[in-house]
Design a protein around this ligand. Structure first.
Ligand SMILES: [Zn+2]
Length: 184
């Protein structure tokens, strides 16, 4: 994927950036599958992308052959789109003094209750992550513990951990660590 390093610097840029479903998809794919997309059910990389629906289909024979970028993440059962989740994560990662649900409510045009729920979920994901990793990666990979053991060790410790960090280091959420103030 070619536009690594194209990253929003301000909140309005982030909202505009993540309003594009293809950019959202690319953003999550780069963080979730830095070594290429693989099936969340069987781990196979023998998959095909159905671009009209922005989902993949695994070519192996099992149930749940089709998967979106949200499957297997904490976003899986959320009716909210990536166009809301990603700017919220961006805000959390880029605001040194933390973000309140009221700010997210105002910035994204969602109810304060929904914003509160999102913040809660993002913080839970960060807590259950492996710690010491970037906010966005921790968030997107928040269900790493439920993955295949081989995948799991890979996603938590490497291999190529340094390379991955370097790649993510160019991303918009890169400089921030997972220290999230607990107020709302
Ligand atoms: Zn599969």
């Amino acid at each position: 994927m070619g536009t690594k390093g194209t990253s929003p610097r301000t909140l309005s840029e982030a909202i505009q950036y993540f309003a594009d479903p293809d950019k959202c998809l690319q953003y999550v794919v780069e963080r979730r599958w830095p070594n290429g997309v693989s099936c969340p059910t069987c781990g196979s990389k023998d998959i095909r992308f159905i671009s009209t629906r922005r989902i993949w289909e695994c070519k192996r024979k099992h149930t749940r052959k089709q998967f979106s970028v949200k499957v297997g993440t904490i976003l899986e059962d959320s009716p909210l789109g990536l166009d809301k989740w990603l700017p919220a994560v961006w805000m959390l990662a880029n605001r040194k003094n933390g973000v309140s649900s009221y700010e997210i409510h105002r910035a994204l045009g969602i109810t304060q209750k929904t914003a509160w729920f999102m913040l809660h979920r993002i913080r839970l994901a960060l807590k259950s992550g492996s710690g010491g990793v970037e906010v966005d990666k921790s968030f997107i990979g928040g269900k790493a513990r439920n993955m295949h053991m081989s995948k799991r060790s890979k996603s938590i410790t490497g291999p190529g951990g340094k390379d991955k960090t370097a790649a993510i280091g160019k991303g918009p959420l890169a400089p921030q660590r997972a220290s999230v103030p607990q107020y709302h």
